[in-house]
Design a protein around this ligand. Structure first.
Ligand SMILES: [Zn+2]
Ligand SMILES: [Zn+2]
Length: 333
């Protein structure tokens, strides 16, 4: 099959993903083989490719927002029919036995495997995954539009669940990429007002189109004090700026898997019961709940589509903030 392989971490500007032939994967017990139609691009791919996350496998096929169809099933795998449309996300598998898994916090599993990082991912014509960690894709979403729901969407949803959002709540978004452009639709559905701080004017414009009350520069303070804010951008210097924008008792949620160092700041910014919390991965329950909600709202993603052989180009565009909404790589047959 054709796939994009990463042999060693390198800056995305050097186009390190090598597009070429590699062996088809074969489904083991409990696994399914999925023919990939599309795979969404995500900032975590950049952290994997550029080595900000320590390498787990080499070579590796990145990509963890896969939409495709079940082509073959491994021994004992009966959950999906052949030809069913499914989604594969970041969480490939957990051990199911550690204290976090037993507590219902499988997102914090001590021995997790991640798609496109510890195991091969979706920038390929085929992929295998344990059927228990695969999602059904609700009807009503074309493949391209469904792909960004699988990481950007699910993680954004988990971030939103960490804050109390009622009618009229004031919610700040720092960074307005793929995750934020989905999360704003959920936040608006729940009646929140969204204030978007982001450096790129195209992203500010998209935020306003999607119903933001206000959009401004990356470290700019919104006109009202925020009940909560979510930082989607991987830049630590945003943290003090976002704390400054919170009301007393407000919550700050950090949505990224990696962030540059957070500069030191005065305790005054945190005092008065403000809170900072990170979000790590997601549980399968987050995924199931979010996909059902996405169909109900319904969420409409804005996507820019690239052919599989141009995955490097898609990821360069992501790094340069040149994708309004979400980027998606498509397998052409
Ligand atoms: Zn575990
Ligand atoms: Zn992701």
């Amino acid at each position: 099959m054709k796939a994009c392989l990463l042999h060693a971490p390198a800056r995305i500007e050097s186009n390190p993903l090598e597009y070429g032939e590699t062996a088809d994967p074969s489904p083991g017990p409990g696994q399914i083989l999925v023919r990939v139609n599309v795979c969404g691009v995500c900032r975590t791919d950049l952290h994997v490719i550029e080595g900000e996350l320590p390498p787990k496998r080499s070579p590796v096929i990145p990509g963890h927002q896969v939409v495709g169809v079940v082509e073959r099933t491994g021994e004992g795998a009966r959950r999906f029919a052949l030809g069913a449309r499914v989604g594969i996300a970041w969480l490939h598998k957990t051990d199911g036995t550690c204290e976090y898994c037993r507590r219902g916090q499988e997102n914090l599993c001590d021995a997790p495997l991640f798609t496109g990082y510890s195991v091969d991912g979706g920038y390929a014509e085929r992929i295998v995954a344990p059927e228990k960690f695969v999602y059904s894709i609700p009807p009503g979403f074309p493949d391209e539009q469904a792909a960004p729901l699988l990481c950007a969407g699910i993680i954004g949803y988990r971030c939103l669940r960490m804050v109390e959002i009622g009618e009229g709540a004031r919610l700040g978004f720092y960074g307005f990429g793929a995750a934020a452009h989905v999360a704003i639709q959920v936040a608006r559905h729940w009646g929140a007002k969204v204030f978007a701080s982001t450096r790129d004017v195209r992203h500010q414009k998209l935020a306003l189109e999607l119903g933001a009350t206000w959009a401004g520069g990356r470290l700019e303070e919104p006109p009202d004090k925020l009940d909560a804010a979510i930082v989607f951008a991987p830049a630590g210097e945003i943290v003090p700026a976002a704390l400054r924008a919170l009301r007393k008792g407000g919550r700050l949620i950090l949505g990224g898997i990696h962030m540059s160092d957070i500069p030191s700041f005065s305790y005054d910014l945190l005092y008065q019961e403000r809170m900072i919390r990170s979000v790590a991965n997601n549980t399968r329950q987050d995924g199931e709940e979010f996909l059902a909600l996405a169909a109900e709202i319904p969420i409409r993603t804005r996507v820019q589509v690239y052919p599989l052989r141009e995955t490097n180009r898609a990821l360069n565009a992501l790094k340069n903030d040149a994708i309004p909404g979400a980027g998606v790589v498509k397998v052409e047959r």
